[in-house]
Design a protein around this ligand. Structure first.
Ligand code: NDP
Ligand code: MG
Length: 381
């Protein structure tokens, strides 16, 4: 097992759960990063004593440096700071749990510094595509999924025969708080309603993505990139209980699934300890108590984001960065009360349909596609 890691986005939902796992396993933390939550980051620095702490926001970073001046921790800011955390000389693994495309450069930087990567930050893989997977391959590092569905698939394919024999990936989706509702019923959804997820406690952006089913759309693309499968070989099934975290179907129609209580500390720990398994802070699964598990078809007509992501994935090129960028902008605007819930899907689909697709050759090209998509959205609001 690794002994030392950097955690990007340590003040978030995944970041704090990663620190729970770190406690349980007795690991050392080399670097911690936040955007602006300097009070929590200070608590973490005093407890875990990393040699580097990064506050992305520059003004907050200055304040933070004054607050922790009595410690031995060095403070950095901005993208330069995130990259330094991702390339920390003592880190054997970089767990990336920042939210959004901002995680792209640090992920590639980690691969270039020959660090194994545990990736929660799905936006990076969706927008960056081959640039990320190529950097991982070229540098011979591991890209370990933290997202629960992808961890489930990864666990199911351990011991897979050499010729793979993999026919289909089946991603489960909880369906979020609005499963079964019609477009009419979704017209006046408030931010508060959309922030109430039935099964998982997560950061605000992904909670809205779950309500709009954009999250599942991003996860189809994420799965395609991680496991080299195309859109036609990735299905989604709504499974309200979030007990089965995903399944794989092999050539002989045998289907394997991974089950567990809906607690991210299982996939986080597996990414850290892979290929070993250790006791975890998560409780046992009692199937008799749960009683029954249910499955339904997803509704792509109502949840437009899902259809838009599938379309973008089939188009390839910059289309997935465009879908992601449009959603990052629309999701934030919805949370600020500036657009309605259903507009998120309309804007993501609109951006995919209207912006001329191209093949990104560099990170700058991906950022260009992202900027075009964000502009498409802001121009319409
Ligand atoms: P949170 O919003 O809870 O946390 C995000 C973290 O990233 C925080 O540490 C935040 O700092 C930091 N951050 C935010 N914006 C920036 C920025 N512009 N630059 C640098 N750092 C930034 O998100 P989650 O933990 O819920 O999600 C993190 C990622 O993991 C997302 O990509 C999400 O899709 C994915 N994921 C999350 C799951 C979950 O259960 N939460 C499940 C599967 C995947 P600060 O606190 O200072 O704002
Ligand atoms: Mg997930």
């Amino acid at each position: 097992m690794i002994q030392a890691l950097s955690i990007l986005g340590s003040t978030g939902s995944i970041g704090t759960q990663t620190l729970d796992v770190v406690d349980k396993l007795g690991l050392t933390v080399c670097a911690l990063t936040a955007h602006s939550n300097i009070s929590l980051l200070e608590e973490q620095v005093r407890r875990y004593k990393p040699s580097l702490a990064v506050v992305y926001d520059e003004a907050k970073a200055k304040e933070f440096a004054r607050n922790i001046a009595d410690t031995d921790t060095r403070v950095m800011t901005g993208m330069e700071g995130l990259i330094a955390a991702a390339q920390h000389p003592d880190a054997e693994l970089v767990l990336n749990s920042v939210v959004g495309m901002v995680g792209l450069r640090p992920t590639i930087a980690a691969a270039e510094a020959k660090k194994d990567i545990a990736l929660a930050n799905k936006e990076t893989l969706v927008a960056g595509g081959n640039l990320v997977t190529d950097a991982v391959k070229k540098n011979g590092v591991k890209l370990l999924p933290v997202d629960s569905e992808h961890s489930a698939i990864f666990q199911c394919i351990q011991g897979m025969p050499e010729h793979k024999a993999l026919k289909k990936l089946i991603l489960t989706a909880s369906g979020g708080p609005f499963f079964g509702r019609t477009t009419e019923e979704l017209r006046d959804i408030t931010v508060e309603q959309a922030l109430k997820h039935p099964n998982w406690s997560m950061g605000a952006k992904i909670t809205i993505d779950s309500a709009s089913m954009m999250n599942k759309g991003l996860e189809i693309i994420e799965a395609g990139r991680l496991f080299e499968m195309d859109c036609e070989h990735i299905d989604v099934v709504v499974h309200r209980e979030s007990i089965i975290h995903s399944l794989v179907e092999f050539t002989d129609n045998s289907v394997l699934a991974q089950l567990g209580l809906p607690d991210m500390r299982i996939p986080i720990q597996y990414a850290i300890t892979y290929p070993q398994r250790y006791e975890s802070p998560v409780g046992e699964l009692d199937l008799a108590k749960i009683g029954s598990l249910s499955f339904y078809e997803p509704d792509e007509k109502t949840f437009r984001c899902l259809a838009a992501c599938k379309k973008a994935f089939a188009m390839g090129g910059a289309a997935t960065a465009i879908a992601n960028g449009a959603n990052e902008e629309a999701n934030a605007l919805f949370r600020q009360g500036k657009i309605k819930f259903l507009e998120i899907g309309e804007l993501v689909m609109g951006a995919v349909d209207s912006i001329t697709n191209f093949t990104p050759e560099s990170v700058d090209d991906v950022l260009k596609a992202d900027a075009l998509a964000r502009k498409y959205v802001t121009d319409r609001v």
